[in-house]
Design a protein around this ligand. Structure first.
Ligand code: NI
Length: 266
């Protein structure tokens, strides 16, 4: 699969669960903007056949190159970022929950999930919109995961799919700063994640980011409980040049730490 058809399919699967992203995209298009994505982010679980080590070859096969590793101690995550030689293609941010660092109760629930994943599920890049590879968990199990790790709870019902696309503000012509962009979105009725303030990062840190709060999806759990809970969100990023005049290509862990909370249930 070439990268262009990969992102076209990925976007179609993403907006199915994230209708606000299509609305924001259309709002920008109506202003005459061409939306270029800064990055797309995925979540997954450690030590299984859809962990980062199993997914990475599909990215490399599309021409992606590894940039950097990240660690999120409190959230018990690691992540890797990738970029493509074609700069109109988004960077990829791939994070992974370190299952062995969770409580034995959470580990047991996650174990029942990953136990159901087929031995070799990664056939091609469509794995990145494959969703859950296990039967739905019970609402009790979901609630137990949520108490310890919002990320684990989200994975239990959303699985492997684009967690967010990110608009590159550097490529916009009419909204060249985050605050005016957020003002336009707020006026249009979109909810912005304000954990640690709406804008995460500063020009001095070379990366400023903001995001909407996730859309909601109705999930039927294994015990027939039905709940309306967070699906996916849309992000906005502005990159700044470093002291040598090179545009910053990485990610800032402190920003990402707060962006993760865009799928908080409250
Ligand atoms: Ni992001």
């Amino acid at each position: 699969m070439n990268a262009q058809s990969f992102f076209a399919s990925l976007w179609n699967h993403y907006v199915y669960y994230t209708p606000q992203a299509k609305k924001v995209h259309d709002l920008f298009a109506a202003r005459g903007e061409t939306v270029i994505n800064d990055h797309v982010a995925f979540r997954t679980l450690s030590d299984c056949s859809i962990d980062i080590a199993h997914l990475e070859p599909e990215l490399l096969a599309m021409g992606y190159q590894f940039i950097e590793d990240y660690h999120f101690e409190a959230k018990k995550l690691v992540a890797k970022s990738y970029r493509h030689a074609d700069e109109t293609l988004p960077r990829i941010f791939l994070s992974e929950l370190q299952r062995h660092l969770l409580s034995s109760e959470s580990q047991a629930i996650l174990h029942t999930m990953v136990d159901q994943i087929p031995a070799n599920p990664v056939v091609d890049a469509s794995i990145f919109w494959s969703g859950i590879h296990w039967q739905p968990v019970t609402f009790i199990a979901y609630t137990a995961l949520l108490k310890e790790s919002e990320y684990a709870a989200w994975m239990s019902y959303m699985g492997l799919r684009a967690n967010h696309f990110t608009v590159s503000i550097n490529h916009l012509k009419t909204l060249t700063d985050l605050q005016p962009l957020l003002d336009v979105l707020t006026a249009a009725g979109f909810n912005i994640n304000d954990v640690g303030g709406q804008i995460k990062g500063t020009p001095a840190e070379l990366l400023e980011q903001a995001s909407t709060m996730a859309d909601k999806v109705q999930i039927t759990f294994a015990d027939n409980e039905v709940a309306t809970i967070p699906s996916c969100f849309y992000e906005f990023a502005k990159r700044h040049p470093d002291a040598n005049g090179n545009l910053f290509q990485g990610f800032v862990a402190a920003n990402a730490d707060k962006i993760f909370e865009s799928t908080n249930a409250m």
